[in-house]
Design a protein around this ligand. Sequence first.
Ligand SMILES: [Cu+2]
Length: 189
Amino acid sequence: MTTIPLLLFLLSAAIIATVFAVVARSSGQEGAVDYARVNRLRGVFLLSLLVILGIFLTLTLPRLPYPVEAAVPERIVNVVGRQFAFSLTEGPGPESLENWDRDFVPDVQVPAGVLVEFRVRTLDVNHGFGIYTPEGRVLAQTQAMPGYVNRLRVRFDEPGTYNVMCLEYCGLSHHAMRGVIEVVGEAQP
Ligand SMILES: [Cu+2]
């Protein structure tokens, strides 16, 4: 995989060096400038740039992540953060600190292979909503910010216990700020 970028780099470096050498040699010569030829060359240069740009656009545009954004999420999980816990519910969850104890749920269950949208907010300070795989790697993360709802879309391929941890230092018990996402069902191919 790394040989193609290296070859591309060497090729473009060779082209740049050649152009530099040709220009350096020709600039020492006396004589009238052929403006018609210069303009033709400029046209060819512009056309080649457009062709190269067009090729790269055609190859890379379909790989942009917007189709995922446009998809309708199949499951919505409301995430509410506070010092020092995350509430994870399919319902609205705690709307205020007064209702926290009544509406707080530390874990949620979602099916594997389903597009889940986490709507992340906070009732106090900034927190970081980080989802960790059962192996302990960060899978996805977003900020929990006062006054905002941040949306994070995740499709879990493997069933298992995914831990939520706070990724923004938010106070003395920051390390204790956890939640659990139980992904159930069949592993996705
Ligand atoms: Cu926190």
